[in-house]
Structure formats: C-alpha cells, structure tokens
Design a protein around this ligand. Structure first.
Ligand SMILES: NC(=O)c1ccc[n+]([C@@H]2O[C@H](COP(=O)([O-])OP(=O)(O)OC[C@H]3O[C@@H](n4cnc5c(N)ncnc54)[C@H](O)[C@@H]3O)[C@@H](O)[C@H]2O)c1
Length: 450
C-alpha cells in the first residue's frame, strides 16, 4: 500500500510512522519547512516517547519519507490522509476547517484516479461530505472516495495507542473505500483489535462524543473535588470508591487543575457549537466547558490562599507547564491560566519542566527557567506542582522544604500525601479535593524581599 499523510503534527507524524511500521510505504507532507527539514535529517520535531526509534527504523527500511512537495507525495498513492489541525475558530467555538479544506483542494489537483481521501483530523459531522464536494468542485474528473478515520491516540502514549488501539473507527460510503481501509489496518485486524466500520456521520460523531465524555468525566470529578473540600471528604478515596464500579471505571477520575491539551477544550467547544447550529443544544457539554474554566480559576484562589491573599513580591516555583506528562505540548495547558495570574499578581515565577521549556519560553513571558525542582524551589514562598511528570513524583520533600523561604506546597495533581509533606517540613499543604480538617493553619507570610 502506498499512503500519503498530509500534516506531520502529533497525529500525522505518529500515524505515518506507525503505518510505515505496518509495512506500508508512507510519505508524509507538511508545509512547515523547518519541520520537514528536521524530519529529513531523521530528527523528531515533537517529544513523544519511542517515536524517534520507530522513525529511524522505518526510514532505514526505506518505507518512510518526508516532503513539502504534495504533488510528488501523491504519485501512485491508494490513500491520502488529512491530518492537519482543526483549532477553535476565533469568536464562535466552531472547529476551524480552513486547513482541512485547503488540503482537500490541493489533493483534488494532484491525486491519482481511484484514491481514497481519508480524514483523520477531528472534524464536525458533515465535514467528510464537504471534503468530497470540495474535491469534486476543484477537479470534476477525479474518481475518488472519502473515508472518515478519527484518531484516538493520547500524546505521551501515542505509539502504543496507535499500535494497540481500543478500537479503530472507519466511516465509509461504499465497499471500495471500505476495502482500502481494511487493507491499511489489516495488521491490527489480524491481531483482533476491533474495527468499527460505520457511515461517515457516525464516525465523525464518535470522535466528538468520546472526547466530550472523557472531558465530562474529568470535569465531574473536579467538581466533586470542590465539594469534597467543603464537606471534609477526600476525592482520592471517592474516586477509588466509585472507579471500582465496573460501570464507571477508574480512568479519567483524577482530580486536578482542570483539563487542557490540544483536544478536550477545542473538541467540547466544537461539539457545543454543533449542537447550537442544529438546534439540539449539548447542555452537559456546555456546562463542562464552563465548569472546567471555573476549576482553573479555583486553582488561582488556592494559590492566593497559600500566599495570604497576594502574589505580590512572592517567589513561586512551578513544576510542570505541559498539559500532561510525556509531551511537550502546551496547547490549552492549565499553566497558561495559572502562570500569567501569578506573574500579573506580582509574583516572581520560577519554572521547571522536563520537556516544556522550549514551548513555554515563548508562551509564558516574564518567568525564570530552572534546570530542576530544587533550583526552582530555592528561597521560594510557594511550590506548585502543576504537571505530574515522573520526575516530580519522588522528590526529596525534606530537601525542597529546607531550601524554601516559606515551605508551602500546592500539589494540584495530588501526588503527595499531605501528612508526608507536613512531616518533611512543609508548613502548609494544599491538594485538590483533599485539604480538609487536617489542613494546617497557615501562619502569615512575610512578603519576600524583591
Ligand atoms: N494531538 C492529539 O493528541 C490528537 C489526538 C487525536 C486527534 N487529533 C486531531 O488530529 C488533528 C491534527 O492534530 P495535531 O495535534 O497533530 O495538529 P498539529 O497542529 O500538531 O499538526 C498539524 C500539521 O499540519 C500541517 N499542515 C496544515 N495544513 C497543511 C497542508 N495544507 N499541507 C501540509 N501540511 C499542513 C501543519 O504545518 C502542522 O504541522 C486535529 O484535528 C486534532 O484535533 C489530535
């Protein structure tokens, strides 16, 4: 099978590399000159565990290549995947389909007869039909089919998710496209991974419904966490107690600073917008969006409490800027809400993140970057754990507390037990949904010397 992948971001690159590992001949296209130059040198432009090794192996085997030349990439392909971005459109929450539609026009001009145009980008229901209309309008002579193949990989575990998926979803309109898709995913089919073959609209909807459901689950536990703080319950115990119920499941029940990332915020907004456009409002999803924003703001209040009501003149160490561990992606990360609030309130912020510095430097002006947690916490008035990187899970709390001017910790991922932090020398610990009767009274903080 010869496949072209348009867009070599988190999804396109991982999918292209994995398809080549299945044995297909894959050529990945991107407009980003720098990205393609790096990939041609065998460098991976994003941080994704295991990707560099798989990439070199398949380049070495002659199955994987990169180009900016779409026309060349489409020569002799049986399938072309669209994996470009679909960010939130400014102003109305709708998914911005301009990249998808311009890719469709470009494909129409250069694709060979009989090609299947597969949309892997997350797109609102009806988009695959619009892609087909665009191709027909641009090149009425082209014989082609469209297919919807939404992607469910998680950044940080993308290769495993792609190679061992819970399911593959394929939306097609006829057998010819169905057969091409079956051939592409044959290595997974042979290993009994479920392939859900359905119509275009259902495939498109599955992706949004899945992401909205997961965002709802996280937001639900975050809201329960807020109530736990008021009533004296521990959200970790509550999550465990409900997660053991097989109908609920224990995944996506970790209370934290609100969900971020490249998918949940934009996909919930796009689904809410879709509901409004079709006069079938998605009230739960609309509430999830609202509660998630409130959760992020609630975290600012927690930090303010630990700083006696003002960030001014305080030194705050923040561990983690990426939206989750094992990625360098900062799109819609909670750090983008919290850190500007700290800086805007007059705090001196020291950051540290195993992979987020490159992106973070551009997005979070006015902060200092440190190489490790101990350097960041030195002389600080508050330590904030914002991303649960493994590096931050087993810190020497005694050493951290000793180095701080005021040893206070806001553990916004609940990775340390409050008692352990207090025994290690912190005089205040705040988690999410678990700072309760054993919360330690906070002594007034002296404003640090600027
Ligand atoms: N990131 C994830 O974890 C994830 C998971 C599942 C689904 N998705 C969906 O997959 C899609 C892609 O997401 P991403 O995170 O990989 O995006 P991304 O922004 O990382 O990458 C998109 C790439 O497409 C390129 N591009 C745009 N237009 C192009 C064109 N006409 N020709 C060639 N290249 C072009 C851009 O230069 C960029 O490199 C989105 O719809 C997203 O919602 C993402």
């Amino acid at each position: 099978m010869k496949i072209a992948m348009i867009g070599t971001g988190y999804v396109g690159l991982v999918s292209g590399v994995c398809f080549s590992d299945f044995g297909h001949e894959v050529i990945c296209v991107d407009k980003d000159v720098d990205k393609i130059a790096r990939l041609e040198r065998g460098e991976v432009p994003i941080f994704e565990p295991g990707l560099d090794e798989l990439l070199s192996r398949n380049i070495g085997a002659g199955r994987l290549s990169f180009t900016r030349d779409l026309e060349r990439a489409l020569e002799g392909v049986q399938a072309v995947f669209i994996a470009v971005g679909t960010p939130t459109r400014r102003g109305d929450g709708h998914a911005d389909l301009s990249y998808v539609m311009s890719a469709a026009e470009e494909i129409a001009r250069a694709a060979p007869q009989g090609v299947v145009v597969v949309t892997k980008s997350t797109v609102p229901v009806g988009t695959n039909r619009r892609v087909a209309e665009t191709i027909r309008a641009t090149n009425p002579e082209l014989d082609f089919d469209v297919a919807s193949n939404p992607e469910f990989l998680r950044e940080g575990a993308a290769i495993d998710d792609f190679m061992r998926p819970d399911r593959v979803v394929v939306g097609v309109e006829n057998e010819r496209a169905g057969q091409v898709m079956a051939d592409i995913y044959k290595p997974l089919f042979l290993r009994d991974f479920p392939i859900v073959t359905t119509d275009l609209e259902s495939a498109e909807m599955i992706k949004y419904a899945a992401n909205a459901f997961l965002a709802t689950k996280i937001t639900f536990i975050n809201e329960v966490a807020a109530l736990c703080e008021k009533v004296g319950a521990d959200v970790k115990e509550v999550a465990k107690g409900i997660g053991l119920d097989g109908r609920i499941g224990n995944k996506f029940l970790h209370a934290g600073p609100g969900c971020g990332g490249s998918c949940f915020p934009k996909d919930t907004k796009a689904l809410a917008r879709m509901g409004q456009e079709h006069a079938s409002s998605m009230q739960i999803v609309e509430t999830v969006i609202k509660v998630n924003e409130e959760t992020k703001r609630r975290m600012i209040d927690k930090l303010l409490d630990l700083c006696n009501g003002s960030f001014n003149g305080k030194t705050v160490a923040v561990l983690g800027v990426t939206f989750k561990p094992n990625t360098d992606d900062m799109r819609d990360a909670p750090s983008l809400t919290l850190v500007p609030a700290l800086v805007g309130g007059g705090a001196k912020v020291r950051m540290c993140d195993p992979q987020g510095r490159h992106e973070g430097e551009a997005l979070l002006p006015g902060v200092a970057w440190c190489d490790d947690a101990y350097a960041a916490a030195q002389d600080a008035d508050l330590l904030v754990i914002l991303t649960e990187w493994n590096e931050f899970r087993a810190l020497d709390l005694t050493r951290l507390a000793r180095g701080m001017a005021r040893p206070r910790i806001a553990d916004l991922r609940n990775i340390y037990e409050p008692e352990i932090a207090l025994c290690a020398g912190f005089d205040a610990y705040t988690g999410v949904g678990r700072v309760l009767s054993n919360d330690v009274a906070i002594a007034p903080v002296q404003t640090a010397v600027a």
